[in-house]
Write a protein that binds this ligand. Structure first.
Ligand code: TTP
Ligand code: MG
Length: 367
């Protein structure tokens, strides 16, 4: 029997705002908004819970936040402080496991299956919360479950300073009543399409005719929905050291011959991969295109670049170049995949990733 894994998803509570409030206690209890100047075209990075009560949310224009709550305290924020707190929490995670997958500046998955010091993963999560508070005076919330999907959803259920455990035998009961939108990967567009097909909650997928689901969403998405809606997720926690490549692929409902359609798929896949690289703070050198023909013959074409990249344009243009002018050799194609590999070394990574993240956040502030 496969060993049940113990996964913790940890996410800090209103992270940037919490750091600012910690360093300026006068802000405690007030609506605090971190982000761009409300008089500029800036956007909100995050907001304290008091500000969220007014409807203020991440990525909203700061001017709109100001209109919702003119007496909120607006702070531009100081990225170096957030970076330092992020480093501190990662150091604490490392005391409990080597298998850490940082997802963003304030969030990570931990696989603690191998930790022999604690009987239950929930004890580790609690101890991490205590350690973090002691070192940084900040709080975070944890989800404990047998896979990443359940742990991620659970960590968001009892914010702030929450701990939610989903036992393996309760996975379906946990997922059933949840909105499909709670499943990471389902954004506003997918939610809308699901809703049009009468699908709102996870249980709606369970009761949906599998053939009709495939018809409406394609085989890949249908299978994915069936699994996720029941809390099934076999993705492993991937440390950036362990990870050798990052890619995505698409099997088509109908084989495709048309070059422009194939190019469109390559563009989409490239965008997904580069978004994944950015999220995981990875930079790669080699782009690979995988082609599976209608007769199941499979080939890969690769190109290595002079520079490390996570740029969506570079990944896309390289993948399109690999697709070529007439890739099908007179044959239709049933699957395309785009993968980036040959990641930077760890030391090289630290500084570049920091620069990238800083740029990303500044971009968010400035836009
Ligand atoms: P989140 O964990 O999404 O948000 P949060 O920690 O502020 O709030 P929550 O308690 O709900 O987890 O993001 C972490 C930080 O990343 C957040 O404090 C600020 C930054 N961020 C942005 O700059 N822009 C964004 O659009 C989002 C979502 C986050
Ligand atoms: Mg957070």
């Amino acid at each position: 029997m496969e060993r049940v894994r113990k996964i913790i998803h940890f996410d800090m509570d209103c992270f940037f705002a919490a750091v600012e409030i910690r360093d300026n206690p006068e802000l405690r209890g007030k609506p605090v908004v971190i982000g761009g100047d409300p008089k500029s075209r800036g956007v909100v990075s995050t907001a304290s819970y008091e500000a969220r009560a007014y409807g203020i949310r991440s990525a909203m224009p700061s001017a709109r936040a100001f209109a919702l709550c003119p007496h909120a305290v607006f702070i531009r924020g100081s990225f170096s402080k957030y970076r330092e707190a992020s480093r501190q929490i990662r150091e604490i995670f490392a005391n409990y496991t080597d298998l850490i997958e940082p997802v963003s500046i304030d969030e990570a998955y931990l696989d603690v299956t191998g930790n022999q010091d604690f009987k239950y993963a929930s004890q580790i999560a609690k101890q991490i919360q205590r350690d973090i508070f002691e070192l940084t005076q900040l709080t975070g919330s944890a989800g404990v479950a047998s896979n990443k999907l359940l742990a991620k959803i659970a960590s968001d259920m009892n914010k702030p300073n929450g701990l939610t455990v989903v036992r393996p035998e309760h996975a379906e009961a946990f997922m059933g009543p949840l909105s499909l939108r709670k499943i990471p990967g389902i954004g506003p567009a997918a939610e809308e399409k699901l809703r049009k097909n009468g699908l709102k909650l996870c249980t709606d997928v369970w009761g949906y005719d599998p053939g009709a689901l495939r018809e409406a969403f394609g085989e890949r998405m249908a299978t994915w929905l069936q699994k996720r809606s029941r809390g099934v997720d076999s993705r492993e926690v991937q440390t950036s050291r362990a990870r050798k490549s990052l890619g995505t692929e698409r099997t088509f409902a109908k084989d495709i011959y048309d070059l422009e359609m194939l190019r469109e798929v390559v563009r989409k896949l490239s965008l997904e991969v580069s978004a994944g690289l950015a999220k995981k703070e990875l930079l790669g050198r080699t782009i690979t295109l995988k082609i599976k023909y209608a007769d199941f013959q499979q080939i890969t074409r690769s190109k290595s670049l002079g520079d490390l990249t996570n740029s969506s344009e570079v990944v896309r243009d390289t993948a399109l170049e690999l697709l070529g002018v007439h890739p099908a050799q007179e044959k239709s194609i049933r699957l395309l995949g785009v993968t980036v590999s040959n990641f930077e070394e760890r030391e090289e990574k630290k500084s570049k990733a920091a620069v990238f993240l800083e740029k990303q956040i500044c971009f968010e502030f400035l836009n």
